[in-house]
Design a protein around this ligand. Sequence first.
Ligand SMILES: Cc1cc2nc3c(=O)[nH]c(=O)nc-3n(C[C@H](O)[C@H](O)[C@H](O)COP(=O)(O)OP(=O)(O)OC[C@H]3O[C@@H](n4cnc5c(N)ncnc54)[C@H](O)[C@@H]3O)c2cc1C
Length: 174
Amino acid sequence: MQRLLVLGGGTAGTMVVNKLRRKLDPADWQITIVDQDDKHLYQPGFLFIPFGVYQESDVARSRHRFIPDGVELVLGEIDRVDADAREVLLTDGRRLGYDYLVIATGSITSSRAAPIRISHPSSGSARRSWSRTASGARSLGRCAARCARRRSPATSASSSARARPSSRRCPTSG
Ligand SMILES: Cc1cc2nc3c(=O)[nH]c(=O)nc-3n(C[C@H](O)[C@H](O)[C@H](O)COP(=O)(O)OP(=O)(O)OC[C@H]3O[C@@H](n4cnc5c(N)ncnc54)[C@H](O)[C@@H]3O)c2cc1C
């Protein structure tokens, strides 16, 4: 029995196990996929969270829903790969052996490399980061809402209020 181990149950890892489960004979191939949690997030949906169109719950689904029969889903945080031993170590001490390994653990955006610039006449221009997370999207939404309220004549009737620099800083992303 050959062991295929896929690290990361995001878009890439989920597609790999779905495609390969159909092609590889279950009698000969054991397929396992690992992720740290059971929350698959549809990242393009993050674009709609700052505007209140979606909540995080609208873009989150259980990973089990996308993993086909015949693939084992292991939930746990990956610590490291021991290539010599052909094992993956999880932070809780579990060890997963493999013959073939797919690493699909995604990427992290550097907030320094990809800031979002939000500007407002009263507070100048500020760099705000959005790190491709649902919490980052919510944070951006709160920040944009505050800027919008400050722009609104109904909430900032006097010009002195408009001119006063904001003491509250918009949150950075999570
Ligand atoms: C706002 C936004 C809009 C987008 N729009 C589009 C679009 O229109 N079209 C398009 O094609 N793409 C779009 N993308 C990009 C697309 O969503 C990503 O390219 C895709 O999700 C990347 O998939 P992935 O499997 O490589 O990574 P991910 O989907 O991020 O999966 C990585 C997985 O690895 C897991 N993981 C990481 N480290 C560990 C660890 N140590 N232990 C256990 N598990 C771990 C994570 O929990 C995660 O589930 C968009 C992205 C964003 C943020």
